[in-house]
Design a protein around this ligand. Structure first.
Ligand code: AMP
Length: 437
């Protein structure tokens, strides 16, 4: 037994293993194509930002800032830093810092890990991944509809059925203030029925009480004064503009009066995509944020989707697919063959082929086992005989078996090897296991 104990990963932070790579790859490439189709350009911002970016951007009385941020003091210079819990604030910071919206509005997207100190459970992790889009400098509601349709196209391209769209309007600050007063009065009238969390939030963030998952409070939340009743003409027109466009596009939606979202920076449009009771994606308009972060007022809208939740849904619906497999696996035996093999593998890669070369020792039999396990299309076989003749034996590993049960094998001059393999791959029917879903 080893004397040294093994170090475990951090709770709620997961390794993504090679077996999941095909799934991640499929989501990432579909997202990249969808973002391109709508004119969104990728931006990559740091994982660590100044803590006050999130305190100011997200609001002090939000769950994230109150209790979920991984914040620390940089021991080298005393800076107060945080692992990003979300990336809208970071994208806006970067856009301001680099004058990205100086001349015209900008459509940006990002992907990467986020960190929240939540209680880990299925679909909720401490390191998770989000993919998001931000349309900076657009007043909407056309761009609100565009962002929603971008998500719709993504679900369709991924083959995800039945993702439900919920929308609401949060109006403007003064409308929310009037609603807030009415809401506090109403909730105070039912104080004895509020749970501890709701009582704590009664004066700090009463809107969030409407978001409660507590079954005992559903009736109170359902009958509470609705923000919709406090919206002025402009807010209502914005919402009508969005719903009209969704109807024009045949996009079903459900108005959810209790959809408020957790962050302070939202106004007007908010939306969520929900499947199997889990929110896959949330977004909305955040017109005040750019000014809150020191920029010129600039109306903006965006969304973030939870990668792990989308992947889980793909798994549940058997939309996983298989990973890519190499074109060739090079097996070899003997000193001379080992030296030739590494050169042959490089030449095949020069020709654009994906090649795994057997490294280390092992007889032909165990090497062929690994070649099969790699799901390569061909084994390239080099023994002393082949090297002496300047050839390689090419053996098909997929189908192509003769009556003796052995795959057909052909001897090919080394200088013709790449062309021969490329020609055979072009003749073969596409490998179903290779990326096709
Ligand atoms: P939010 O930034 O809270 O609006 O979250 C946007 C999306 O990110 C959610 O709809 C989830 O799909 C995903 N998400 C948020 N928090 C977590 C978490 N702790 N673990 C996994 N996914 C999350």
């Amino acid at each position: 037994m080893s004397k040294v104990d093994r170090i475990q990963g951090v709770r709620g932070m997961n390794d993504v293993l090679p077996a999941d790579e095909a799934l991640w790859d499929r989501l990432e490439s579909t997202v990249a194509a969808t973002m391109r189709a709508y004119g969104y350009a990728r931006i990559r911002t740091p994982i660590v930002e100044p803590t006050r970016l999130f305190v100011r951007g997200l609001g002090e009385v939000t769950d994230i800032v109150e209790k979920e941020m991984y914040s620390f003091v940089d021991s080298l210079n005393g800076d107060e830093l945080s692992l990003r819990p979300e990336n809208t604030a970071g994208v806006v910071r970067a856009a301001l810092e680099h004058n990205l919206t100086y001349e015209s509005p900008r459509r940006l997207w990002y992907a990467g890990p986020m960190f929240r100190h939540e209680r880990p459970q299925k679909g909720r992790y401490r390191q998770f991944h989000q993919i998001g889009a931000e349309a900076l400098g657009f007043a909407g509601p056309d761009v609100d509809a565009e962002l929603i349709m971008l998500c719709r196209r993504l679900w369709d391209d991924l083959g995800l059925p039945q993702v439900r769209l919920e929308i609401n309007s949060l109006g403007q600050a003064d409308e929310r203030a009037a609603h807030r007063q009415a809401l506090i009065s109403y909730l105070e009238g039912h104080r004895d029925l509020l749970d501890e969390d709701a009582r704590r939030r009664l004066h700090s963030n009463p809107l969030r009480i409407l978001d409660t998952k507590n079954p005992a409070m559903q009736e109170i939340a359902e009958n509470a004064p609705r923000l919709a009743e406090f919206l002025g003409e402009a807010s209502r027109a914005h919402f009508d503009g969005l719903t009209q466009r969704l109807r024009d596009l045949n996009q079903p939606y459900h108005v959810n009066h209790r959809l408020v979202r957790g962050l302070d920076y939202y106004n007007l449009t908010v939306f969520e995509w929900v499947a199997d009771g889990l929110t896959l994606c949330g977004g909305g308009r955040y017109d005040p944020l750019v000014e809150m972060l020191g920029g010129r007022a600039s109306p903006s809208c965006g969304f973030a989707l939870g990668v792990e939740r989308v992947l889980e849904l793909l798994r549940q619906h058997d939309l996983v697919g298989e990973g890519a497999s190499p074109d060739c696996y090079v097996v070899h035996q003997g000193d001379a063959a080992a030296h030739t093999a590494i050169q042959v593998a490089e030449r095949l890669r020069d020709a654009g082929l994906d090649v795994v070369m057997h490294c280390g020792s092992g007889g032909f039999k165990s090497q062929f086992k690994r070649a099969d396990a790699s799901r390569a299309a061909f084994a390239i076989v080099l023994g002393d005989d082949e090297v002496a003749k300047g050839v390689a034996a090419v053996k098909s590993l997929r189908g192509g078996q003769d009556e003796t049960g052995k795959g057909e094998q052909q001897s090919v001059a080394l200088e013709d090897l790449a062309d021969f393999v490329l020609g055979r791959l072009a003749d073969e029917p596409a490998d179903d296991a290779n990326g096709g879903i």
